[in-house]
Write a protein of this length. Structure first.
Length: 122
């Protein structure tokens, strides 16, 4: 599994086999619960206290890009004749995709800034 696929599937950065999250992203009560360590290679998923605060920047970027993209598509199709319709088209998918953007931003943070190197032998 390549790095991009491991990020999208929220897998461990060292072995790329173990899952980072305990529950499904559709479990609204537990979508944010992470394992403390990898099930396969035992790498620590929290390199330091407060590590995932930086993931907010990734989440902001993901949601901003999504809102701008949906806004441009909405404008191209309907124009801005109805502010309420435009807001609904832009905000509904962003709200529904919060669990996925949360998980993706944490996976990006751990893979890019966690200081964990991939080990092919695991």
């Amino acid at each position: 599994m390549g790095r991009l696929e491991a990020i999208v599937k929220t897998r461990c950065p060292r072995c790329r086999k173990g899952k980072m999250f305990k529950n499904s992203s559709y479990d609204l009560g537990g979508f944010s619960k992470m394992y403390k360590t990898c099930e396969v290679c035992q790498v620590d998923f929290e390199p330091e206290p407060g590590f995932y605060v930086g993931a907010m920047y990734f989440s902001y970027g993901i949601n901003t890009a999504l809102m701008i993209g949906l806004g441009v598509v909405s404008y191209a199709i309907w124009g801005f004749d109805s502010l309420l319709k435009t807001m609904a088209i832009v905000l509904t998918p962003v709200i529904l995709l919060v669990p996925l953007s949360f998980r993706l931003s944490r996976a990006l943070m751990l893979h890019l800034f966690g200081g964990i190197r991939f080990n092919r032998e695991l």
